[in-house]
Write a protein that binds this ligand. Structure first.
Ligand code: NDP
Ligand code: BG6
Length: 507
């Protein structure tokens, strides 16, 4: 017997029976905001990759929905411009592209119009053809219209025997209050089981691998505590500015854009206690416990920065405030470093240092775990005065060029006794020949399959906002001026003083 999913909407089935059996299933995926950047860059290519790999159900339809006027053909042209045959370069995927595009349609409408969503519903029904209709809505739109869409879509949709799920993109509010209000608004029309809050960092291969690394290798888990770990660093950097997204960014800043969600989610996964099972609720219970054990971030433990214009090699790189959509006197941070603490038995006193910035010298995301000194190290003389150089460090390079490496000490081969720092390196490109799927592929597939493990539960979201809201308010009330750093640099020097306060050196 098959259990009915908790997000299925029960009703008297009155569909057309036609030539399909009454329990055949279909999935309709509606990308709301289909004319936008994210839909083009990430969502449609991810759906194609899933189709290409045979992960979508036999019966599926994809609809784009937005206010822009577009025909089905125009949507298909837009989508086909972004599809790449990345899965197998040797195979000609032209056929699959054509077949995929035949399943893509477009409906133009307003976000707050029940009538327009009713029309969409009628279109969807035509394609669903009497099968059990499962529906996934991806809200790839600014958050201020999430609730309008939830209202219009729920009132404009006829009931169906299948499930209805809604993926919502970040940002989920600007602080605790606005986030709670957004959740309240959505819950008037959707149950918590139907809401899939996406944080695409949770869909990244190496973030997904964190639990496997910890819980399936004897050598790591026993060391995973204050007894052996000196500090943990969570680092995000981009080598480009906010060009093109300045309007959005200025209202949020780097703490809301990256730290409160992407880096904090990684931290929670990194630091949680072993869950009872791999079930979504067991994992999310442990993550929320970590978040609730943390101290709200203190302003003294934070450094903020903003990039300024810089000319290098004859090329001029603009300042953040050169963007026409950003006010000249903006104090919005494009860089932040912070020290966070988890007040529980496992992590008491261990600094978790976060650093996130735009327009820095390189692009990357990594987790660095610095271990303590070896007590009574027999070889300490060989390291001179800088014993920090001799401690082990585990690095999980989330992107680019995914790798997990452990820095160890080693004897330089030969008759003498000279020590050397070496790395045990799991370099993904050398170890695995197939390309790593994009985070959006995994998350879309999970949403279709009803797997909520990698989506954010509302209590996790509340706990995450509680940590950052007092800080964000204080920064704004005190009008704290960010330290300026040149575009393409390593960021403000204040970040080094912050780390030094906790005897940490950034990796
Ligand atoms: P866009 O600004 O491109 O908006 C998507 C679509 O929404 C637009 O094409 C437009 O469609 C409609 N829209 C835009 N602004 C408004 C408005 N003020 N009122 C009503 N409709 C509007 O966003 P993105 O595609 O970049 O992102 C979508 C969502 O995903 C946002 O919440 C964003 O914060 C989030 N996000 C985006 C990322 C990215 O890389 N782009 C990364 C992570 C999250 P039309 O005019 O045709 O109706
Ligand atoms: C988004 C942020 O959530 O993540 C962007 O809003 C940022 O500012 C992006 O550029 C980074 O994602 P990725 O997957 O390119 O590292």
């Amino acid at each position: 017997t098959k259990t009915v999913p908790s997000d299925a909407v029960p009703h008297e089935y009155q569909g057309h029976i036609g030539d399909v059996t009454s329990n055949e299933q279909t999935v309709s995926i509606t990308v709301v905001g289909a004319s936008g950047d994210l839909a083009k860059k990430k969502i449609f290519p991810a759906l194609f990759a899933l189709y290409y790999e045979g992960c979508l159900p036999k019966h599926f339809t994809i609809f784009g929905y937005a206010r822009s006027k577009m025909t089905d053909e125009e949507l298909r042209d837009m989508i086909s411009g972004t599809l790449t045959c990345r899965i197998d370069q040797r195979e000609n995927c032209g056929d699959k592209t054509e077949k995929f595009l035949e399943r893509c349609f477009y409906h133009s409408g307003q976000y707050s119009s029940e009538e327009n969503f009713r029309q969409l519903d009628a279109e969807l029904k035509k394609h669903e053809g009497g099968r059990v209709a499962n529906r996934l809505f991806y809200l790839s739109i600014p958050p201020n219209i999430f609730v309008d869409v939830a209202r219009s879509a729920s009132r404009g949709s006829s009931s169906s025997r299948g499930w209805t799920r809604v993926i919502v993109e970040k940002p989920f509010g600007r602080d605790s209050e606005s986030s709670a209000e957004l959740t309240r608004g959505l819950k008037q029309y959707l149950s918590e089981e139907q809401i899939y809050r996406i944080d695409h960092y949770l869909g990244k291969e190496l973030v997904e691998n964190l639990s496997i690394l910890r819980f399936s290798n004897l050598v790591f888990e026993p060391l995973w505590s204050r007894q052996y770990i000196r500090n943990v660093q969570l680092i995000f950097s981009e080598d480009f500015g906010t060009e093109g997204r300045g309007g959005y960014f200025d209202n949020y800043g780097i703490i809301r854009d990256i730290m409160q969600n992407h880096l904090l989610q990684i931290l929670a996964l990194f630091a949680m206690e072993p869950p009872v099972s791999l079930d979504a609720e067991d994992i999310r219970n442990e993550k929320v416990k970590v978040l609730r054990s943390m101290r709200p971030v203190h302003i003294e433990d934070v450094v903020t920065g903003q990039y300024k214009g810089h000319t290098r090699g004859g090329v001029h790189y603009p300042a953040y405030t050169d963007d026409k959509t950003v006010p000249n006197n903006s104090l919005t941070p494009t860089f932040a470093a912070a020290a966070l603490f988890i007040d529980n038995a496992r992590w008491d006193g261990v600094p978790f240092l976060m650093k996130a910035g735009k327009a820095l010298h390189r692009k990357g995301a990594e987790i660095r775990v610095q271990f303590r000194h070896v007590p009574g190290n027999l070889y300490k003389r060989s390291f001179g005065t800088d014993l920090d150089q001799a401690t082990n460090e585990l690095v999980i390079r989330v992107q680019p060029d995914e790798a997990i490496y452990l820095k160890i000490n080693n004897k330089v081969p030969g008759l003498g006794m000279r020590l050397d720092r070496s790395t045990l390196n799991l370099h993904y490109a050398d170890r695995y020949s197939h390309e790593i799927p994009d985070a959006y592929e995994r998350l879309l597939l999970d949403a279709i399959e009803g797997e909520r493990r990698l989506f954010i539960r509302s209590d996790e979201l509340d706990a995450a906002w509680s940590l950052f809201t007092p800080l964000l308010k204080e920064l704004e009330e005190k009008k704290v001026a960010p330290e300026l750093y040149p575009y393409g640099s390593r960021g403000p020097v204040g970040a080094h003083y912050l780390a030094a306060k906790y005897h940490v050196r950034w990796g």
